[in-house]
Design a binder for this molecule. Structure first.
Ligand SMILES: [Zn+2]
Length: 263
């Protein structure tokens, strides 16, 4: 064990109801995203039964811990005591402790500034300008596709509209009980286009998400690799809260990529 950072909360009591499938130690392990502090539960004791109030969300906000545990509970009532402590610096990367209040350590750096779509000029791989009507339609379709997403586990809807030389192709994220099998909206749109017309040129793709944040959610790493397979074309990212879009090329999303030119 390394040096302790002196953070030791007294045991706290939370009123919870027990879930049918809950693994207490796992669920109580929570990363506090906002300030990058990680709390480990060092002690758990449960006395049963105990009177419980239904103010679960209040407990969530106050405690900043065990939030996951407190949601979606519906069985017998329990009284739970937990003791939280901050782990030693040997258990976390030094950078996390050197910038305890910085949200920038892992925040996204935007390559391009958000723009108003109607003011943007978007060109495909051949340098041909994509008409504004088509771009607007792509963004609209990507947003419409959100409701078709099969995201029963994450509840994070993603919709895509891929423009190719053969037309427009829809995509949504399709999740699976075996989480790793999940396919993203971008990849499902690309697979749809290739399935219907074989290899042909992709011109641009619009992506919409239901992210509650002010960021422009960008494709995951797997999708970036999948996108550059088909060249360097514009990716239009929409934001739930903002009229502006972010337009970025596939190879900007994945610089120094491993791509067909390397084979
Ligand atoms: Zn993805």
């Amino acid at each position: 064990m390394g040096r302790e950072h002196g953070f030791q909360r007294p045991a706290e009591s939370f009123a919870i109801t027990k879930a049918k499938r809950v693994h207490l130690p796992d669920r109580l392990f929570e990363r506090r995203i906002n300030n990058f502090r990680l709390f480990l539960v060092s002690k758990i004791s449960i006395s049963n039964p105990a009177p419980v109030e239904r103010g679960v969300s209040e407990v969530d906000k106050a405690s900043k811990s065990s939030a996951k545990l407190l949601k979606a509970q519906n069985a017998a009532d329990y009284h739970l005591e937990v003791e939280l402590k901050e782990p030693s610096d040997q258990q976390l990367p030094r950078e996390v402790f050197s910038k305890p209040n910085s949200v920038n350590a892992f925040s996204k750096r935007m390559v391009n500034e958000p723009v108003i779509l109607e003011e943007a000029e978007v060109r495909d791989q051949q340098g041909e300008v994509i008409s504004m009507a088509v771009l607007q339609d792509m963004v609209s379709k990507a947003k419409q596709n959100l409701e078709k997403a099969y995201c029963t586990y994450s509840k994070f809807h993603v919709g895509a509209s891929l423009l190719t030389t053969k037309g427009q192709f829809d995509g949504v994220n399709v999740e699976n009980a075996s989480y790793g099998l999940t396919i993203c909206a971008e990849r499902s749109a690309m697979c749809s286009a290739i399935s219907q017309h074989g290899k042909h040129e992709f011109r641009a793709i619009a992506i919409a998400t239901t992210s509650p944040h002010d960021t422009w959610a960008a494709p995951c790493g797997a999708c970036r690799q999948f996108l550059v397979e088909f060249g360097d074309f514009p990716v239009i990212l929409t934001n739930n809260k903002d009229e502006k879009v972010k337009i970025i090329k596939t190879k900007e999303l994945l610089p120094d990529c491993f791509c067909p030119d390397d084979m």
